[in-house]
Design a protein around this ligand. Structure first.
Ligand SMILES: *Cc1c(COP(=O)(O)O)cnc(C)c1O
Length: 463
């Protein structure tokens, strides 16, 4: 029988942490902190294994443990986040960091990061300057808004707007707009975090202007309209539009706030992207429009508020604004992104370049990728496939394009996993029993690395 004594005896066979670190360090150029952390966790796992199956397990040998420590320690030493190759075709992929920045914006971030800057200093007077000064001007210039404010992300902009403008008051919101965006942002919960009170109006599928009107009581503080970013409603539906809501808001002297989510300052409709510019919300009568910096705008993570000067001023001077403010790297990236948009150089923003890529260009890139994979022994073909905008934007829009369909000998899910765990990791879609690689979200340079990653992924899978 396997009593507690023999379990203890086996546990005692495990080396001490220091000894394990010494063994693992031999010949491995890995810093000591990582070896120590890795040794602790490898020993924890080994101990738990022995306790779980006391009858069958033997304590792993010293070399085996040291090997595990080295692998784990190397993993700890790898800078994070890791660059991955996105072959999913989803341009704004929240799990993959949303908008890739333009090279110019990235350079501005590096410049702002490594040195001192006039972030809050007016070089002319030598006095303290406004942190948002230039970016605020660019936002107003690009959109015609009276004033603008930038905070950490759009969730923060919504929180700040409601808290600063409707504390202890009712915020009226359609039941059809009680949305969840990506799990971490639920409109009712954000409202709950502010000092404003949510008053739901209408029904899930139909909300009329009169529903808002009936709900306006003495405690009314604001009307909120939330863009249903990530889903569409069809069938027996109705919603009150911004224009009619604006009339009602005016009558009752209430601010009308539009949470747009994803938006940009240029008109993309001529390019087949039916998303009105954010400033359209203001011309339609919203007093404030709120949107993200890293969705369609193609910039850094940020929450941007545009609109009436008095409302923006109340947000700006709120205590909460200080807690939600953006750092210099964000401002540097946003500044350059807005300048690119003002110049009309849409091609310089990766998000727009990918979204607006002509099908012929995508097909050519798919052909090159397919060729690179074929020469490595993969069976593949180029097929028509639409890609998605992602990032809670335009859920129904299918961007016409092409994909490389790669037949997998084993399970496609297993190959997809091997590619995800590869170096560099490659993210693909699995569809109809094959891997689908969408070249829209790969640069030519990325695409050439996919070939190598495939070779390694397959090799790892077969060993
Ligand atoms: C994406 C989105 C948000 C959240 O924006 P973050 O910048 O991710 O905080 C809020 N509201 C809407 C409508 C959105 O689409």
């Amino acid at each position: 029988m396997d009593g507690p004594d023999s379990v203890n005896a086996r546990l005692r066979q495990l080396p001490a942490v220091d000894l394990l670190v010494e063994t693992a360090a031999d010949g491995a150029s890995v810093p000591r902190w990582a070896l120590l952390a890795a040794a602790r966790s490898v020993l924890d796992v080994a101990r738990a294994g022995l306790l779980r199956e006391p009858g069958t397990r033997r304590a792993p040998g010293a070399e085996d443990l040291a090997g595990r420590v080295r692998i784990r320690a190397r993993g700890l030493c790898r800078p994070w986040p890791r660059r991955v190759l996105n072959a999913t075709g989803v341009v704004l992929h929240t799990n993959l960091g949303r908008a890739p920045l333009s090279a110019e914006a990235a350079a501005a971030v590096a410049e702002a990061a490594v040195g001192y800057s006039d972030l809050e200093l007016d070089l002319e007077t030598g006095r303290r300057g406004s942190r948002l000064g230039v970016v605020r001007e660019l936002l107003c210039r690009a959109t015609g808004a009276e004033d603008a404010l930038v905070v950490n992300n759009n969730a923060a902009a919504v929180l700040l707007a409601l808290d600063a403008l409707a504390a202890d008051r009712d915020v009226l919101l359609s039941r059809g707009e009680l949305v969840e965006i990506g799990g971490s942002f639920r409109v009712p919960e954000i409202l709950g975090q502010s000092r404003a009170r949510l008053v739901e109006v209408g029904t899930t599928n139909r909300t009329h202007l009169r529903d808002y009107r009936d709900a306006i009581g003495p405690r009314a503080g604001a009307l909120l309209k939330v863009h249903r970013s990530n889903f569409e409603m069809r069938g027996f539906t109705h919603e009150a539009g911004l224009r009619e809501l604006a009339v009602l808001a005016r009558e009752h002297d209430l601010p009308l706030i539009e949470d747009r989510g994803s938006g940009t300052v240029v008109d993309l409709s001529a390019h087949g992207i039916p998303e009105p510019e954010v400033q359209r919300g203001l011309t339609d009568g919203a007093d404030l429009v709120l949107f993200s910096g890293d969705k369609l705008l193609g910039g850094p993570q940020a929450g941007i508020a545009l609109g009436r000067r008095d409302l923006i001023e109340r947000m700006r001077t709120s205590q909460l604004a200080r807690a939600l403010r953006v750092d210099k790297m964000t401002l540097a990236a946003l500044d350059v992104t807005l300048r690119i948009l003002l110049d009309g150089r849409l091609e310089s923003l990766p998000v727009l370049r990918m979204l607006l890529a002509p099908p012929a260009e995508l097909e050519a890139r798919a052909e090159r990728l397919a060729k690179a994979l074929s020469t490595r022994g993969f069976v593949c073909s180029v097929v028509k496939q639409a890609s998605l905008v992602g990032g809670g934007a335009l859920p129904d829009l299918r961007l016409p394009g092409f994909a490389v369909r790669v037949e997998s000998q084993g399970s496609p899910a297993a190959l997809a996993r091997a590619l995800r765990l590869g170096d560099p990791p490659v993210l693909v879609r699995v569809s109809q029993g094959a891997l689908m690689l969408d070249p829209r979200t790969l640069t030519d340079d990325d695409a050439s690395r996919v070939g190598e990653a495939f070779e390694r992924g397959l090799f790892d899978q077969s060993t």
